[in-house]
Design a binder for this molecule. Structure first.
Ligand SMILES: [Zn+2]
Ligand SMILES: [Zn+2]
Length: 571
């Protein structure tokens, strides 16, 4: 496992693979959490494993989601066979609406995965007849049938998650999907251990495995470990109990619904995605509950506060979520009061810590108890730790091993686990997004170089995609504001027709600070008057000159770097 060096471009990436070549191209999900998408490409087949999005963080203002740039697929656009899904989390299927809009190909996945996807496609007005449902342990041909895919159940924090075995002429490629090894899953659906071991006996060429929690030692606690901590929350709350969680976490929902039933509380589900996912889970019988457990928010005043459990979206402090609406007192019948409790049964996604802290603060201000430390465990991760990663390697004994689903440090730590188990370093493929891995019969895997990959920012308010530069501009505006300088030029003489005008927004000095505006006005006038004739005659050069001049003086006087926009008008 040599240290990763920047790769040069794989020059032949736009040419289809040769007959004896299998290409694997991780388009995303390596070196980052999110945007999981792997292209599997041969002369006869081309398909994706997963097609996820990345959640924007606080430093990507106004962005709703980030999806992969599928530039690698463009030259082969008419050849794409399918998308195979491991499970229904957004980082594995969130980019599908954008992908399917461009390439409407069949999508394979288990029942709950497709159940979630169906709602998304309906929302985007996309064709749902593309969905192909598979059962646990089912094996079927993809595209022309050169490669067969097999879905093997594996435990994770969403129903119907699978590992994916690809039976190829180059050997079995096993993708773990996201997983933990939970011996007591809430829904009783166990990992297909026997099948994974059998694949190991038959021979696995490559194992690609989840690296999320490999830096934590030991085993991850079972999902069942939350039950007692959450029960404590019920028992210690004299008023209404609010629990915020990920809306696709059906196992956690099941635990909470069981507890609500046992502890004699009715349940108010709040939030569009939560209600939708509950409906999907109930329809597919992935959630068991008595019919009269749920009530509407407006029925809440009919019950004593200590008889109410509210389940809500917004565990990351999202402004449009149910929890945020509760805190803004927009939900009729469910005001937060003294004696109530808000429990976050989730982890903080990096980048959301500030929003979460603000949300908890506001809940406390309104009288709710927010401490979870004393309750015990109220959340466990859906990703296995070090020993679970090791166990999968031992079961499947792959010829080569490739860590996926993590930042570079996670992938590296995962590679070390394999090395400690006896895998020599040249059998561990430590690669990042865009790296092309080539398998040829009778050869060791090769890395011919990288292919173009990247991110598209999606702002749902406008068109689908926005340029990365827009995001950078928003950051500058958010940080230091904008300064607009307008020069009116006399068309006949080529001289200034009036004094330059200065307008600022969000900038540390207000426009009506006359002294400072004068400073900028004078600088702009001087730059214009002293500009050589060839600059004055070229609008672009003149704008650039003004921008540089004002930036310099603003930086010197205020130590800020606002966006500087010079405008030229002809009078
Ligand atoms: Zn994931
Ligand atoms: Zn997942």
């Amino acid at each position: 496992m040599p240290p990763s060096v920047p790769l040069s471009l794989f020059e032949a990436w736009q040419e289809a693979p040769a007959d004896d070549e299998l290409r694997l191209v991780p388009i995303g999900g390596l070196g980052e959490f999110g945007m999981n998408a792997l292209a599997v490409h041969t002369a006869k087949s081309l398909f994706l494993v997963d097609c996820g999005q990345l959640f924007p963080s606080d430093d990507e203002p106004g962005i709703d989601s980030i999806v992969p740039d599928f530039a690698y697929l463009e030259p082969f656009a008419d050849r794409i066979d399918a998308v195979l899904l491991t499970h229904g989390h957004e980082d594995h299927l969130g980019a599908l609406p954008y992908f399917l809009e461009r390439w409407p190909v069949p999508v394979y996945g288990t029942a709950f995965t497709l159940g979630l996807l169906e709602g998304k496609l309906r929302e985007f007005g996309l064709d749902r007849s593309l969905l192909r449902r598979v059962e646990d342990f089912q094996r079927l041909p993809v595209g022309c049938g050169e490669i067969e895919a097999e879905w093997i159940p594996i435990t994770h924090s969403i129903p119907d998650a699978c590992a994916l075995a690809l039976h190829t002429p180059w050997g079995v490629i096993l993708h773990s999907g996201d997983f933990k090894l939970d011996a007591t899953p809430t829904d009783g659906r166990l990992t297909g251990v026997a099948r994974l071991k059998a694949l190991g006996d038959e021979g696995v060429a490559l194992l690609m495995s989840d690296s999320t929690n490999v830096m934590r030692s030991g085993w991850s606690p079972s999902e069942e470990a939350c039950r007692e901590g959450l029960r404590e929350a019920f028992r210690r709350t004299s008023g209404k109990l609010f629990v915020a969680l990920f809306s696709s976490h059906i196992h956690r929902l099941q635990t909470l619904l069981d507890l609500a039933f046992e502890e004699n509380r009715v349940v108010v589900p709040l939030g569009r995605s939560l209600e939708r996912n509950i409906a999907v889970a109930r329809e597919l019988k992935r959630l068991r509950l008595p019919d009269d457990l749920f009530i509407q928010p407006n029925e809440a005043p009919l019950f004593a506060p200590n008889r109410i459990l509210t389940l809500c979206t917004g565990s990351q402090g999202e402004a449009m979520s149910a929890t945020a609406r509760l805190l803004r007192r927009e939900v009729k019948g469910l005001a937060i009061e003294r004696g109530d409790r808000l429990v976050l049964s989730s982890r903080a996604i990096p980048g959301h810590e500030v929003a979460i802290s603000k949300m908890l603060d506001e809940a406390a201000r309104q009288g709710a108890e927010t401490d979870t430390e004393t309750l015990g465990t109220v959340h466990v991760s859906g990703h296995g730790q070090r020993e679970e990663a090791a166990e999968l390697i031992r079961w499947t004994r792959p010829r080569w091993m490739m860590p996926v689903h993590g930042t570079y440090r996670h992938l590296q730590a995962h590679g070390r686990i394999a090395e400690e188990l006896g895998w020599s370093s040249d059998r561990v493929l430590l690669v990042e997004g865009g790296t092309c891995i080539r398998f040829r019969h009778g050869h060791e895997p090769e890395i011919p170089g990288s292919v173009p990959v990247g991110k598209y920012f999606v702002d749902q308010g406008v068109e689908h995609r926005v340029d990365a530069r827009v995001v950078r501009d928003r950051l500058i505006l958010q940080e230091d504001g904008i300064v607009i300088v307008t020069l009116v030029i006399d068309g006949a003489t080529g001289e200034l027709a009036s004094d330059p005008a200065i307008l600022t927004r969000g900038f540390v000095v207000l426009s009506d600070d006359e002294a400072y505006s004068d400073l900028l006005r004078n600088a702009a006038r001087k730059a214009f008057e002293e500009a050589p004739p060839e600059v004055r005659q070229d609008k672009d050069l003149l704008i650039e000159l003004l921008r540089q001049t004002l930036r310099r003086i603003i930086r010197k006087t205020t130590e800020t770097r606002p966006m500087v926009v010079p405008m030229l008008l002809e009078a």
